[in-house]
Design a protein around this ligand. Structure first.
Ligand code: SAM
Length: 458
């Protein structure tokens, strides 16, 4: 009962404006802060759904002593969580109402024409901005190609609309229609809530579910096939698999991460994606020696370090402090980010580096890049990438607008930051080849007899 009671007290405190979620959770003295935070967040997220089910089932009318906040937490656990574990004297009460609550929940789904619980969040009143973002899907060119993937989806009833002309078209996407992204190659865009988790192309690694903003780093690093690349903070590896696709599995990726658990997930993901050019090491990137002969050909580095995750709603739910902008925490993260960036720039053959975070805090983004550029005194410079991208770095120093920012409002993605640095006087200097005008896949004409490549063959 302690957990459910504590969660109800936090919900009630929030409603009475007694403090922020974090303050109330930490102030509750409940021992397992993470567990409490997650339960409150999830109950809040489904608040409108739970209210509706509790109302239709007549729970509060039937159980006059049950307080609304506690009812909401208990019903969340019963219908959407892990089932009631504990619950004290309310457990048998809720058990009596279980069948009715489940029936009302099922009825709500039918009414809103959804099958998954998450889709209730997007279908009902109060669906948030985050929930309306399109579903971006990267075609994994290690396993298939754009044309075959689009063709396969069309045969399933999806309606291909060609390359999107801009964000308004993506905002208006509905039903089975999908586009090719207007800026990034091999990126398909589906209506919000399109679920590919059980799709055979996803399960076979032909499609990667990856936000558009998170496709920017590898696309902008653009290592040519055959080159050597370091992915400094790599797990769980979506950007690594994107790099491998750009390399066409030719060359080498040295991928480092401190977290063994995340690396294990990454190994599975890379196998599924058909990546064969990557060496994974469970290692602190700061301890990787730039003078080690193994890295003497490394001309490209992707640095996507740990950050506050303040651009990512889902991370905030997992980690109580992830969304926090507490100065102390931000400074600690920014300290690591600066050290990692300076360290990366000390690799002797390095030509191009992409620094990215899923944070929207200036301290972790523009400030880190500015400080490190000042410190290395002209060896590297910021490159003005992707001119049509609508959101640029905050103008906190003269070249900051060379950087990219992303946000749900402006780019229909999660919050993100990207900076591209190049060795001053280096040879590449230009926009990556991948972003040059790329032909649309040859999928429009229905009559044309096409070579039948089976996208599911590995
Ligand atoms: N690039 C990854 C992707 O696209 O899937 C996401 C990386 S995540 C933002 C940051 C990662 O940095 C975490 O997996 C964390 O374990 C790792 N990390 C933190 N400090 C590190 C260090 N000193 N050396 C290597 N990895 C580190």
């Amino acid at each position: 009962m302690a957990l459910y009671g504590a969660a109800a007290a936090v919900l009630s405190g929030l409603e009475a404006h007694q403090g922020s979620l974090k303050t109330l959770v930490y102030g509750s003295r409940f021992q397992n802060v993470r567990q409490l935070y997650a339960l409150v967040c999830e109950t809040q997220r489904y608040s409108a759904v739970l209210d509706s089910v509790i109302r239709s089932a007549g729970l509060l009318q039937a159980e006059k002593k049950l307080k609304p906040h506690l009812a909401k937490v208990l019903v969340y656990e019963l219908l959407l969580g892990r089932g009631l574990r504990g619950g004290g004297r309310w457990k048998p009460v809720l058990s009596r109402h279980k069948a009715r609550l489940q029936a009302e929940f099922a009825r709500l789904k039918v009414k809103r024409c959804v099958s998954r619980n998450e889709d209730l969040l997007e279908s009902g009143p109060g669906a948030g901005q985050g929930a309306k973002l399109p579903r971006f899907v990267r075609v994994n060119t290690l396993k298939t190609n754009l044309e075959d993937a689009v063709d396969y989806l069309k045969r399933e009833g999806y309606v291909y609309q060609g390359r999107a002309s801009g964000l308004d078209e993506l905002r208006a996407l509905q039903g089975k229609r999908f586009f090719l992204d207007s800026l990034l190659p091999e990126l398909l865009v589906f209506p919000s809530g399109t679920d590919f988790h059980k799709h055979p192309l996803y399960q076979a690694g032909h499609l990667i579910l990856q936000d558009k903003a998170s496709c920017l780093p590898a696309t902008l690093l653009a290592p040519p096939p055959g080159s050597h690349v370091i992915d400094a903070c790599a797990a769980p590896g979506n950007k690594t698999s994107h790099l491998a696709a750009l390399l066409k599995n030719q060359g080498k990726i040295f991928a480092f991460d401190l977290d063994a658990g995340r690396l294990a997930t990454m190994a599975t993901l890379l196998t599924r994606a058909g990546v064969s050019c990557c060496e994974i090491a469970n290692k602190d990137f700061l301890s990787v020696s730039p003078s080690d002969p193994r890295y003497r050909q490394v001309q490209y580095i992707l640095l996507d370090p740990s950050c506050s995750g303040s651009g990512m709603v889902s991370r905030q739910l997992e980690e109580p402090s992830a969304g926090s902008s507490s100065q102390e925490r931000l400074q600690a993260l920014a300290g690591f980010q600066r050290r990692a960036l300076s360290h990366a720039l000390s690799f002797p053959a390095l030509q191009r580096l992409v620094y990215s975070t899923c944070s929207v805090c200036q301290e972790e983004n523009e400030d880190v890049v500015r400080d490190v550029l000042q410190q290395i005194e002209g060896t590297f410079r910021l490159v003005h990438v992707l001119p049509p991208w609508p959101e640029r770095g905050l103008s906190t120093f003269p070249e900051a607008e060379h950087c990219l920012r992303a946000s749900p409002e402006t780019t229909l993605t999660g919050g993100f930051f990207v900076a591209v640095l190049e060795r001053a006087g280096g040879s590449s200097g230009s926009e990556p080849q991948a972003l040059a005008e790329e032909p649309e896949p040859n999928v429009a004409p229905k009559k044309k007899k096409k070579r039948r490549r089976r996208p599911l063959t590995t």
